[in-house]
Design a protein around this ligand. Structure first.
Ligand code: PBG
Length: 332
């Protein structure tokens, strides 16, 4: 595209910015409540349904609390929630069996949300970390993350989530081959309509700290996740991962974290044109809220700007802890 800009004063680009009406007509991207997916933390540990210190304004919820949040999402017009379990310590084991228990916390919460707000799409996280004594997303033996054994476990987990009524399975583990294996197993189990939103470009990021506090894995995690999550220095590799996941049967793909990775969002959308999500992660939430609470920036405008920028970068969907706040702001 070659923009045609006559010389000043024939061109006065400020003409288009001089009133709200003119700006509205010229605006290229807008964020709507329908673009938002609201991540929720669920716990059944007595007394653990409290605010997360590193995420002011975000609390772990009981299953009842999650149902009420889903009803609120429905009122606000938020189409989907994403469930993350804070499981009791005693359920965290080497083999992570709780992950595919049909009555585990996520699956009970999914059924409760579906009963309370059937129109809300439920997304679940397929990764072993909430139930892993090591805090890792895959099975660990002698300090090594086992790929193929982890995929087998993740497939059982994904099918149990679909059985419980999850609309969207979100593999966030970054093992090789998991999307194809999950797709085959979902088909074989008759779950032809289960969507997979793959965390395809998930980076080994320093911005996940508050999330690990929220689900209670910060203490357990030894080392880091760099043998499976992507190197923040790489962009071409992210494109290869997205291409692979789409070929394996992902319906939608995700870039995570969000704000520091907008270049990846744009490239993903341009290269593949698939439904693309960004995850504005816990550390991004914490940064904005911390600055706001210090009086260092105007929270509402920074939040809406950050969400609009995901749309400008080509994202169709945004997972954000600000979902209900943004919905309120958009309602005016
Ligand atoms: C775990 C998982 C993580 C997040 C979503 N799923 C953390 C991790 O990979 O350690 C991060 C979300 C956030 O920071 O808000 N499978």
């Amino acid at each position: 595209m070659t923009p045609i800009i006559p010389p000043f004063p024939r061109a006065r680009p400020r003409r288009g910015r001089s009133s709200p009406a003119r700006r509205a007509m010229i605006r290229e991207n807008t964020v709507s409540t329908e673009d938002l997916i609201w991540p929720l933390f669920v716990t059944d540990v007595p007394g653990a349904d409290i605010e997360i210190p590193s995420m002011p304004g975000v609390s772990r919820l009981t299953i009842d609390g999650v149902s009420r949040a889903a009803e609120r999402a429905a009122e606000l017009g938020i189409p989907a929630v994403c469930l993350f379990p804070h499981a009791d310590r005693s359920l965290r084991t080497e083999a992570c069996e709780e992950a595919w228990n049909p009555d585990n916390l996520t699956n009970r919460a999914t059924r409760a949300v579906k009963a309370a707000a059937p129109e809300i799409a439920v997304m679940t996280d397929a990764a072993l970390d909430p139930y892993n004594v090591h805090g890792h997303d895959g099975l660990v033996r002698d300090g090594v993350i086992l790929n193929d054994e982890s995929v087998e476990a993740l497939v059982k987990m994904a099918v149990a989530q679909a059985d419980a009524g999850a609309d969207i399975i979100g593999p966030s583990d970054m093992m090789d081959g998991r999307v194809g294996a999950m797709r085959d197993a979902l088909e074989a189990a008759g779950h032809h309509d289960s969507m997979i939103l793959s965390y395809s470009a998930k980076y080994a990021s320093g911005f996940y700290g508050p999330f690990r506090d929220a689900v209670g894995t910060s203490g357990a995690l030894k080392g880091d996740k760099r043998t499976y999550q992507l190197d923040p220095a790489n962009a071409d590799e992210a494109m290869r991962m997205i291409a692979r996941d789409l070929r394996e049967g992902a319906d939608m793909v995700m870039v995570k974290p969000g704000m520091p990775y907008l270049d990846i969002c744009r490239r993903a959308k341009d290269a593949f044109g698939a439904p693309t999500a960004a995850y504005q992660v816990s550390g991004e939430y914490a940064m904005l809220v911390a600055a706001e609470r210090h009086g260092w920036l105007d929270g509402d405008s920074a939040v809406m700007e950050s969400l609009t920028c995901f749309k400008r970068a080509g994202c169709d969907m945004i997972l954000t802890y600000f979902a209900p706040r943004a919905a309120d702001i958009l309602r005016g």
